[in-house]
Design a protein around this ligand. Structure first.
Ligand SMILES: Cc1cc2nc3c(=O)[nH]c(=O)nc-3n(C[C@H](O)[C@H](O)[C@H](O)COP(=O)(O)OP(=O)(O)OC[C@H]3O[C@@H](n4cnc5c(N)ncnc54)[C@H](O)[C@@H]3O)c2cc1C
Length: 396
């Protein structure tokens, strides 16, 4: 039978429908247990795998769905309305996948790896943070060593989300033993290539299901697993834009879940007194506006990023200060707004939002949203913006 090739929007429509199903049927019913026990959301990740969602960002020519950043952000936002930790796992996986898909396609190894990811639905984690560099992703202490076509890489990471559950980790390191801290490469370390020793615990306020303790990584593998090019470029052109957009989209999803619960509460009050708007309705209108502002920020950044395409001019533009400032501002704005929105939703719901065992409970959403400003500290990002603005003359 001659089948019409599926259009991009159809492929995304199917992916989005699948995420909605996973969110409603799997992530949401398990979210409280994942949070309470600080355990990996294994059922949700299994369902995402089953639906082929882990390869949403793999280019179509390699068998994936070829979803754009704008589309991937919508997938994360939808899942976050059910479970913030699951959405963060999906977002972090998409970020790593994008680094390979946008910088590794010149390598036969990485093209084949992505084909394998489509069929086996590998889960990718990230190790940028390190003892001695903390939240500064653009500096490494550890160094890659190369010998006889193989690499050796050991790293003491302060925070490694779901590393114990991932099929592979993308690890930053200095490009060689004599390289300065900022001369970094990104290395794909598969589970078979490494040993991981957990060095710290992960008993946190929120994002408990991301399971992100410190790890000592010892690894060795074929040299072809080093992502081509400098990490300086893949960071600016891919890791930072994907991180700031996808994180913002999922923080919005957490905030939207809180507002949705507040809206249900207000509608319940309204039903008790038909014909009159309860006083909380005005507060609901105000918080909905803040939520909408937040959404516009990540949607427009994702849209403009996709519109730049993958050509040389677009990639050059991504290295500009204007784009760096815009993405940094997006991250700071959404990470500050998310807990504010949840807080306002809590003021609307009152004690039923404060209780952990009520259908209007907002504890998990509140605690999860508090991680946003710390995940690459806003102070660190603001300091970078401040230095750029000393020389950048256009309006960002
Ligand atoms: C949920 C979650 C998941 C994570 N997952 C991963 C992961 O999978 N892989 C990974 O590598 N990392 C991960 N991280 C770590 C993250 O990337 C950062 O490394 C980490 O959050 C920064 O830790 P820090 O606050 O100790 O460091 P820092 O950024 O050093 O901040 C420490 C303190 O110094 C202040 N500060 C820092 N710079 C400045 C400045 N220039 N001016 C003023 N004050 C400043 C900050 O405000 C803060 O108070 C995760 C973090 C979270 C919250």
């Amino acid at each position: 039978m001659n089948r019409e090739p599926m259009r991009m929007d159809q492929a995304f429509g199917l992916m989005h429908e699948a995420v909605r199903r996973v969110a409603a049927e799997v992530a949401s019913p398990h979210a409280a247990d994942v949070d309470a026990r600080a355990r990996f959301p294994s059922e949700t990740v299994a369902a995402l795998r089953e639906a082929g969602l882990l390869s949403a960002g793999v280019p179509r020519e390699l068998g994936g769905a070829g979803c754009t950043l704008h589309e991937q952000a919508q997938l994360c936002a939808t899942l976050a309305q059910a479970c913030g930790s699951s959405a963060m796992v999906l977002a972090m996986h998409f970020i790593q996948l994008a680094c390979i898909a946008r910088h590794g396609l010149g390598s036969a190894f990485f093209r084949e790896y992505l084909r394998g990811l489509v069929t086996r639905q590998y889960l990718l984690a990230s190790m940028t943070s390190e003892v001695g560099t903390f939240g500064e992703t653009r500096t490494s202490v550890c160094a890659l060593e190369r010998k006889d076509g193989r690499f050796m890489l050991n790293k003491d990471a302060t925070t490694g989300s779901y590393c114990a559950h991932a099929d592979a980790i993308l690890v930053t390191a200095r490009s060689g033993p004599d390289a300065p801290g900022g001369d970094q490469v990104l290395v794909l370390v598969t589970r078979e290539d490494c040993t991981l020793k957990q060095t710290t615990s992960w008993d946190t306020l929120g994002m408990r299901g991301t399971c992100s303790p410190g790890f000592r990584l010892e690894s060795s593998g074929p040299e072809e697993q080093v992502v081509p090019g400098a990490f300086a470029d893949s960071s600016a052109q891919t890791m930072v834009p994907y991180s700031h957009v996808l994180w913002s989209s999922l923080w919005w999803g957490i905030a939207a879940d809180a507002v949705n619960r507040a809206a249900n509460f207000v509608r319940g009050q309204a039903r008790q007194n038909p014909g009159t708007a309860p006083p909380t309705a005005t507060r609901l209108a105000e918080v909905s506006r803040q939520l909408q502002d937040m959404k516009h920020l990540w949607l427009s950044a994702a849209h403009d990023f996709d519109a730049m395409g993958t050509g040389a001019a677009g990639q050059e533009q991504l290295l500009s200060m204007g784009w760096a400032l815009r993405l940094n501002n997006l991250k700071i704005s959404c990470s500050e707004a998310a807990p504010q929105v949840v807080h306002r939703a809590l003021q609307i719901v009152g004690i039923l939002g404060y209780k952990n065992d009520s259908p209007f409970s907002l504890g998990r959403q509140y605690r999860d949203s508090l991680s946003a400003s710390l995940m690459i500290s806003n102070d660190r990002i603001a300091a970078k913006n401040a230095s750029m603005l000393l020389v950048f003359k256009d309006t960002p």
